[in-house]
Design a protein around this ligand. Structure first.
Ligand SMILES: NC(=O)c1ccc[n+]([C@@H]2O[C@H](COP(=O)([O-])OP(=O)(O)OC[C@H]3O[C@@H](n4cnc5c(N)ncnc54)[C@H](O)[C@@H]3O)[C@@H](O)[C@H]2O)c1
Length: 280
């Protein structure tokens, strides 16, 4: 990689660090010199994330971000152990899918409890700690490309991610006065799935991936890179933004070729094909 980040002396909290994108963000931040408090409700996965990492640079807390106690335990641990907090990455989320007609209210509430309330609680606790220290800070939230599409089965997850985009804009406006910048990363399809894929998922992805502009899923590392950018000095004038990290999926479909034939006779007068007929 031809971009080098240096977060020496800075302290970060990363939620949802037991696997997937969160685990990679922890690895990348530690590689870049940050001290990281990795957190998740999954103790086993979290232990696997931090195993083998330098003990003086990474710590872990098992906590549920959906509860006020969990959120304050996470931020409290960062401050107690490392004395400061510079970056808070709200990566944890849940994404069960069901049709609107099948959806159960308990599932709906749990998804919103994690994805919305959890993001709010951790952001609030982190912002309070950052304001108390007076050094500003960076907060990164997470959405998803599906928040902008009417994807079947995603009513709860997609709308919960859209809510985070809205939350991010408000947080950015309210916290700018303290030098705290808040931005949202919105990934498209990222390759974090267990292998081998369940047959139905493999079949759906086999159909979807060739239609994506870059015709591939993203890697967790490609999302982590954007998080590190948002945490860096290079993003000093960026707040309230939602950044799509989706290989162009949100803007169009795969194109292969070099020209787009246009033989629409109505535009002959524009393209120069017109010889007779309508006045120009
Ligand atoms: N993977 C993708 O294709 C994709 C696409 C779009 C958006 N995203 C977003 O990227 C982020 C990371 O996605 P991922 O695929 O790595 O997720 P993942 O499901 O692999 O990991 C999420 C982590 O969050 C943890 N978590 C869930 N609820 C929690 C809670 N209440 N308290 C603490 N931890 C909790 C889980 O235990 C898990 O370790 C999410 O915010 C997701 O919405 C992912």
């Amino acid at each position: 990689m031809n971009v080098a980040f240096d977060f020496s002396g800075q302290v970060a909290v990363v939620t949802g660090a037991a696997r997937g994108v969160g685990r990679t963000i922890v690895e990348r931040l530690v590689d870049a010199g940050a001290t990281v408090l990795a957190t998740d409700r999954d103790a086993e996965g979290l232990a696997a994330t931090v195993a083998g990492m330098p003990a003086d640079q990474v710590g872990s807390v098992v906590a549920d971000i959906a509860t006020p106690e969990g959120a304050s335990a996470i931020v409290g641990a960062a401050i107690d152990r490392y004395g400061r907090l510079d970056l808070c990455v709200n990566n944890a989320a849940v994404a069960p899918h069901a049709t609107l007609l099948d959806e159960r209210v308990e599932v709906w509430d749990t998804v919103y409890g994690v994805n919305c309330r959890g993001t709010f609680l951790v952001t609030q606790a982190a912002a309070r700690a950052m304001i108390a220290a007076g050094n500003g800070g960076r907060i990164v939230t997470f959405s998803s490309g599906v928040s902008k599409r009417g994807s079947a089965g995603a009513a709860c997850y997609a709308s919960s991610r859209a809510a985070v985009e809205s939350f991010t804009r408000v947080a950015a406006v309210e916290l700018a006065q303290y030098g705290i910048l808040v931005n949202c990363v919105s990934p498209g399809l990222i390759d974090t799935q267990p292998k081998p894929l369940p047959p139905r998922m493999a079949e759906a992805l086999g159909r979807r991936i060739p239609t994506m502009p870059m015709a591939r899923a993203g890697e967790p590392d490609e999302v982590a890179s954007v998080v590190l950018f948002l945490a860096s000095d290079a993003a000093s004038f960026l707040t309230g933004a939602v950044i799509d990290v989706d290989g162009g999926t949100g803007v169009g479909v795969r194109f292969e070729g070099t020209s787009v034939p246009d033989d629409d006779p109505r535009y002959d007068w524009v393209t120069g094909r017109a010889t007779t007929g309508v006045a120009t």
